[in-house]
Design a protein around this ligand. Structure first.
Ligand code: GLN
Length: 375
């Protein structure tokens, strides 16, 4: 008897596999294809000679915790307690999983906003809790009326994600005001804020839950070094939570991973000093603009992209196939892999939308666009 009867292999892994099999350009799974920063490579070579090869404290490598606290202070003017409020994790994936496992009980309800990343529902189901999937508005802003209606006495957690995967939507001040209002009225609800694309916004600055004093004390905020430092394969991120929640989260974390890879933690601790994440938005904005320009004469319709490194496009003018079939055909016949957006909906809603990752070098984007312009 499966504990997760409806779960299939992740669409990200599946599309990457298909892309590899067909030697296609992989714009599906979200990861950069450019070379790692030389400064980071140099730091890694130095770090391995140091004493970083044994278990670390459960929360993380102490110098790294200090730097994370400084990053949060610099960017969001929030003072987090280094000893008790930060946890280094094996990627944001583990941060999300561990948080849900630690805080959600049988029959609790967790509100997830669709389209949603697939890492929210599975851990909820493993807790014998209910995943309440509520659709965002057509423009992917939160629909507060729908969210409020979905709240019951069993609602324990609301999961939010801005900048948003897959749509690139970035929440505005009024969304956060509405969120604060909602949580004020519902004191039992915890907030899990997935902010892994926090440094990748374009025309506007990211608003973090770190800077929302009214609700930060019942929020778990998830960040990703993989996304911010272009090292998704290192599997390293962190979460911040108030001590009363963190205590519970650490109980699970200690049995799940104990402590995260020491070499990675030590290297990132040094690397944080030599790079500035505030350049990331501009860096990816250039890629977004270039990719959009390259696709201008294609038959794909470009949706707005305010943040993240994903561009959603409509293929409604090209085909009425469902989006999964279209993505498969795109790989096989045109040599480009994308992610079908229907996989982000509880009911598999098919809007003829697919997602491309533009975290690629210019040549890759050019080659992909050349192929896409013939579709
Ligand atoms: N976050 C990445 C994406 O959306 C993939 C994560 C994963 O493969 N688990 O493409």
């Amino acid at each position: 008897m499966s504990k997760l009867p409806n779960v299939t292999p992740s669409i990200f892994a599946a599309m990457t596999k298909l892309a590899t099999e067909h030697n296609a350009i992989n714009l599906a799974q979200g990861f950069p294809n450019f070379a790692v920063d030389e400064k980071l490579a140099t730091i890694v070579a130095e770090v391995v000679k140091k004493d970083v090869h044994q278990y670390l404290p459960i929360a993380g490598y102490s110098p790294l915790l200090t730097k994370i606290a400084k990053l949060i202070l610099d960017f969001y003017q929030r003072k987090v307690l280094i000893e008790t409020e930060i946890l280094v994790t094996t990627g944001a994936t583990q941060a999300l999983f561990t948080t849900i496992l630690a805080l959600i009980k049988t029959d609790d309800e967790v509100i997830i906003l669709d389209p949603s990343f697939d890492n929210y529902e599975a851990p909820t189901l493993l807790c014998n809790a209910k995943a309440v999937r509520i659709e965002l508005n057509d423009d992917y802003s939160p629909n507060w009326e729908r969210i409020e209606k979905a709240i019951t006495t069993k609602t324990r957690m609301l999961i939010i994600n801005s900048p948003h995967n897959p749509t690139g939507k970035v929440w505005k001040e009024n969304d956060f005001l509405a969120l604060e209002n909602l949580l004020e009225k519902n004191p039992r609800i915890l907030l899990l804020s997935d902010e892994v694309y926090e440094f990748i916004t374009f025309e506007q600055k990211h608003i973090s839950i770190h800077s929302r004093k009214k609700i930060a004390d019942r929020s778990i905020i998830v960040s990703s070094f993989g996304k911010s430092f272009h090292i998704t394969g290192w599997r390293i991120g962190y979460l911040v939570a108030p001590e009363y929640l963190m205590k519970e989260i650490k109980k699970v974390h200690q049995y799940m991973v104990f402590s995260v890879n020491g070499i990675a933690q030590a290297a990132i601790s040094d690397y944080i000093d030599v790079i500035s994440v505030d350049k990331l938005g501009k860096f990816y904005q250039k890629k977004r603009d270039y990719f959009r320009k390259l696709l201008k004469n294609s038959r794909f319709e470009l949706m707005p992209c305010e943040g993240t490194y994903f561009q959603v496009v409509s293929y409604a003018a090209i085909s009425d196939e469902n989006d999964l079939d279209f993505c498969k055909r795109l790989v096989v016949e045109h040599g480009v892999a994308a992610i079908p957006i229907s996989t982000f909906y509880a009911d598999g809603k098919d809007l003829k939308l697919i997602r491309f990752c533009f975290a690629k070098d210019d040549k890759t984007l050019e080659n992909a666009a050349k192929r896409l312009c013939t579709v």
